[in-house]
Every structure is written in structure tokens, then in C-alpha cells.
Write a protein of this length. Structure first.
Length: 214
């Protein structure tokens, strides 16, 4: 739909996708819903509405809601972290990845500083910190290699990073419908894959890790 309709019409279309993912999640997990993920979906619903209503006027609100759903995602992943294996955070690949995300965040922030009103810049910094926290969390879950479908979570996280980084650039510097289509695809694929991971993946007992995965 983002290919054939005007951007303003996506205001009414994109939130429907969030509702569809919500219904899919409920149908899969039945009564075992994660309230944190449901709150994240509510934040994402608002983000989709505000983004296509007026990204510029509601940049602060969108940044705060983005920070909120990233933190909720992080807490949803907490049960998949194995404390005895958090040393993976210190691995070379994770350190390099952390520096890369930090550098990309810095580059985007520096690019946007002159475009964002002063009263909204603090929200941008808060969002950048939440992006870093979420990135570290899903990277640890993936690098610990305790779950066979960890690649799904990694893909979801990478889609989220790409969408969050490209969205303000597309809005403030070079608006292009092709970018909009790519951003929307990444956005909803990130949500769907995250939903798929938490709905199909059960946290493992640390006592069974060695037996099952090594």
C-alpha cells in the first residue's frame, strides 16, 4: 500500500498492521501473553499514527514512544538472558558491534542536531541511549547461542536499527517514497519477527544449557 497510496493515507493503513500483529500474537500464545509486549504494541500503534500525521510536529513524542517500546522490548528479553553467560558481552564481535552502533547513533544525532528544535534534542539523546541498550540486549541473547531461532531476534533487531536510523533522515533531509517503503517494510518485519521470537521461544533452564546446546 505504501507504494501505491499517498503518504498521508498511510495514517489510516499502518496502524491496522499493528492490530493484525496483535491478533496474531494473541492467537499464538493464547492466555500466556506478555503484558510488556502488549504495551510495546500500544506505543508502536501511537508511533505509526503520529509519524504519518506530522513527524516534524510530534518528533519529541515519537522519540519518547520509541524509547518506551525499546525499553519494553529489553525487559521482555530479560528472561532469555543467562547471567552465567553474560561474559559474551566482552567478546570481540560484540565489542565491535557495540562501537558500530554507537558510531551510527552519533552520526545520525550529529546530522540531525541542526534540524531538531532545541526542546526536542533531549528526547533524541534518550532514544539513542535506549537504542544502544536494546542492541546490547538482543546481541547478548544471540551471541550466547542458547536458542535455535536466535537469528530471528537478530534480524528483528537489525531491521529496527535500520528503520529508526533512516526514518529521521528520510523526513528531514531527503524524502523519497522508495525509502518510505523500505522503512515501513523494516518496521513491520522487526515487530513481526520480535513477536515470533517471544511467542515461539521459551526461556531455557540454565542447568540444561550444556546438555542441549554444547
Amino acid at each position: 500500500m505504501s507504494v501505491i497510496v499517498e503518504k498521508s493515507q498511510l495514517l489510516y493503513i499502518c496502524p491496522v498492521v499493528i492490530v493484525t500483529i496483535f491478533l496474531k500474537y494473541i492467537s499464538v500464545v493464547k492466555k500466556n501473553t506478555d503484558p510488556l509486549f502488549l504495551l510495546a504494541l500500544a506505543a508502536l500503534f501511537c508511533i505509526n499514527f503520529l509519524t504519518f500525521y506530522s513527524f516534524h510536529d510530534y518528533f519529541g513524542e515519537i522519540s519518547l514512544l520509541t524509547s518506551l517500546y525499546l525499553i519494553l522490548y529489553t525487559f521482555s528479553l530479560k528472561k532469555y538472558l543467562i547471567q552465567s553467560k553474560l561474559k559474551s558481552l566482552l567478546s570481540i564481535s560484540s565489542v565491535i558491534g557495540g562501537f558500530l552502533v554507537a558510531y551510527i547513533s552519533y552520526a545520525v544525532i550529529e546530522l540531525l542536531l541542526d534540524k531538531i528544535p532545541n526542546n526536542s534534542q533531549i528526547y533524541m539523546f534518550i532514544c539513542a541511549i535506549c537504542v544502544l541498550i536494546y542492541t546490547v540486549t538482543f546481541a547478548i541473547v544471540y551471541l550466547n547461542n542458547n536458542y535455535k531461532n536466535g537469528t530471528i531476534l537478530l534480524t528483528s533487531g537489525l531491521f529496527s536499527l535500520f528503520q529508526i536510523g533512516l526514518s529521521p533522515i528520510n523526513e528531514y533531509f531527503f524524502y523519497n517514497q522508495t525509502f518510505t517503503v523500505i522503512i515501513i517494510i523494516c518496521h513491520f518485519m522487526a515487530i513481526y519477527l520480535f513477536m515470533k521470537f517471544i511467542s515461539e521461544t521459551k526461556p531455557v533452564d540454565p542447568k540444561n544449557i550444556k546438555k542441549q546446546y554444547f
